[in-house]
Design a protein around this ligand. Structure first.
Ligand code: COA
Length: 330
């Protein structure tokens, strides 16, 4: 039987600077009413100039290690869309700053699905016996790729980081990652894209090409469809029905998306955890940030059956199930 990856620690962090909807409305053609009613977002956290993804990732990682009561791991996997530099990966920098020595450390890029992809690769390292303990971080200084004057993206995104520790164990243990489902559709690559800065177009005279563009409406419908179908596959692999789920912790993109996914699965809306009013969409950071918020608030408790699901750029999507472990409160 495969060795299971068991969640044993959790932590998160957000930058101090709060940008409210009113602050955005003062500088662009939008309103608190529009943003709140269309997305559920009321404010977001934004990094100060000079703060990078590794700064947030290191702090979230430190908190997750403390929560697990450990100070070493065998590998680090960092999910991010906003690495400190195009080259090298940011994972090794974070491992070094956490004093983790020369362990394998690398980045996973799957935008808003990144954390679930990172969990899957970490679970793979554990299943193979390559690692007994892995630190998995989702971290984003996402606002660094957002045009602060673009009303179609600036209200949506924010910065933050969350992390978990996974340890080798067995499937019967609380915290074991159970049924995974992952998928992608590259035909939809243009839905969420930073046109310049990669090998296709390294630089652009138009500074706006270095900011993310999003086809919001199409993203919305695909997000609902894929998060619901991926959730169904993960549930089927686990042997659970939707009625077994205590908490749906979906990628925090839009409250209407989360409610629609719950609805498609036949779950009451209250089972969908929502914290995006405070943080907006923090891409790869959103699921661990939501888990830490929900657990710290005492909402998700030991033994709860939890379903995680996400959709993001690529397009990419995924879902995974677990029974919530007994973790010390942060
Ligand atoms: N303030 C005020 N009006 C705005 C606005 C803003 N910030 N942004 C767009 N609008 C306007 C549009 O110009 C449009 O006006 P028009 O009807 O005169 O053309 C109108 O509001 C509706 O715009 P539309 O883009 O169709 O709105 P929407 O209901 O689809 O909501 C999003 C837009 C972005 C909130 C929504 O599509 C969404 O959440 N998509 C998913 C995004 C996402 O989660 N991405 C992350 C990857 S998972």
């Amino acid at each position: 039987m495969n060795r299971a990856a068991v969640l044993t620690g959790l932590g998160s962090t957000v930058p101090d600077r709060v940008v409210t909807n009113e602050m955005l409305a003062a500088r662009m053609d939008t309103s608190d009413q529009w943003i709140t009613s269309r997305t559920g977002i009321r404010e977001r956290r934004v990094v100060e100039p000079g703060t990078a993804t590794s700064d947030l990732a290191t702090e979230a990682g430190r908190r997750a290690l403390k929560s697990a009561g450990v100070d070493s791991v065998d590998a680090l996997v960092l999910a991010t869309t906003t690495p400190d530099h195009p080259c090298p990966a940011t994972g090794p920098t974070v491992a070094d700053r956490l004093g983790l020595g020369t362990v394998p450390a690398y980045d996973v890029a799957a935008v808003c699905s990144g954390f679930l992809y990172a969990l899957a690769t970490a679970a793979g390292l554990i299943a193979l016996g390559t690692a007994d303990r892995v630190l998995v971080i989702g971290a984003e200084a996402f606002t660094t790729i957002i045009d602060p004057d673009d009303r179609t993206t600036a209200p949506i995104f924010g910065d933050g980081a969350g992390a978990v520790v996974l340890e080798a164990g067995d499937e019967s243990q609380r915290g074991a990652l159970l049924g995974f489902d992952l998928g992608s559709d590259g035909a939809l690559a243009d839905l969420i894209i930073v046109p310049a800065g990669g090998s296709r177009r390294k630089t652009s005279a138009d500074a706006g090409d270095h900011f993310m563009k999003m086809q919001g409406k199409t993203v919305f419908t695909n997000a609902v469809r894929r998060m619901a179908s991926s959730s169904r596959s993960a549930l089927a692999r686990t042997g659970w029905g939707p009625g077994d789920v205590d908490w749906l912790v979906g990628h925090q993109a839009n409250v209407r998306i989360l409610r629609a996914v719950a609805d498609e699965l036949g779950l009451p809306e209250e089972r969908a955890f929502v914290n995006l009013a405070k943080y907006g969409n923090t891409a790869a950071a959103s699921i661990p940030l939501a888990l830490d918020d929900a657990a710290s608030a005492g909402l998700i408790t030991a033994g709860d059956r939890v379903l995680l699901t996400a959709f993001g750029g690529g397009a990419s999507w995924g879902a995974v199930t677990l029974e919530w472990p007994d973790l010390p409160r942060n």
